[in-house]
Write a protein that binds this ligand. Structure first.
Ligand code: CA
Length: 228
């Protein structure tokens, strides 16, 4: 198999070195650039398998780079993992809504970095958003075609919105979704869903899921994720 090519957009030397050394050790081919402008140029020219994107860059910032990558049909399929400083939850939310695929908070360990990139690459390879197949994880079973949810083989009675919410999260385990992304995904012609009501729906959903409630994880300040 060809080596995966990773474009790293980062201006801090320490982090450049850490990332370069550890990703090379994992067998990735690394291209390192220091500004958003160079990052865009390189992504468009070389179409890497993944972009690691620092958000705090001189000149064009990371969110702008992400927006441009995800708006360009030539580059929008390339997964983006954001590097963010602690306490930048609002930037993470914006980045995810622009289409970034994951984020890593600095400081991070090389092991975490390598594991996250591997996961994103693997997810991207098996992504089937319109998938209607049965999802089973632990005691929980979600059958989208028959519109049935069971916990320990006992049926769980969900509202239409709760069902859509659960199925949306469960078919992409490991992905973090912001409240706005969830609203966009589960909103139907007959449902008024707001960001605040997502939290309320989640409380109800978790209560009904009982012993399987912890399959849905709250990511503080950012959103929700179905456990991998
Ligand atoms: Ca930086």
């Amino acid at each position: 198999m060809a080596r995966k090519r990773i474009l790293v957009v980062e201006d801090e030397e320490d982090i450049q070195e850490l990332v370069r050394f550890n990703l090379a050790k994992e067998g990735y081919e690394i291209t390192l650039v220091e500004s958003g402008e160079e990052g865009l140029e390189s992504a468009r020219a070389d179409k890497p398998d993944l972009v690691v994107l620092d958000l705090m860059l001189p000149g064009m910032d990371g969110l702008d780079v992400c927006r441009q990558l995800k708006n360009d049909p030539q580059t929008q399929h390339i997964p983006v993992v954001m590097l963010t400083a602690k306490g930048e939850e609002s930037d993470i939310v914006v980045g995810l809504e622009l289409g970034a695929d994951d984020y890593i908070t600095k400081p991070f360990s090389p092991k975490v970095l390598a594991a996250r990139l591997k996961t994103v690459l693997r997810r991207k390879a098996r992504e089937r958003p319109a998938d209607q197949s049965v999802i089973q994880t632990g005691d929980l079973l979600v059958d989208p075609q028959r519109h049935i949810v069971t916990v320990k083989n006992k049926p769980v009675d969900l509202t239409a919105t709760e069902f859509r919410l659960l199925h949306f999260l469960a078919r992409r385990p490991g992905w973090v979704f912001t409240r706005q992304q969830i609203v966009d995904a589960v909103r139907g012609p007959d449902y008024a869903v707001t960001e605040r009501s997502v939290d309320v729906q989640l409380v109800g959903l978790r209560r009904k899921l009982g012993s399987s409630a912890d399959c849905i994880e709250t990511i503080r300040g950012i959103g929700y994720r179905f456990r991998e």
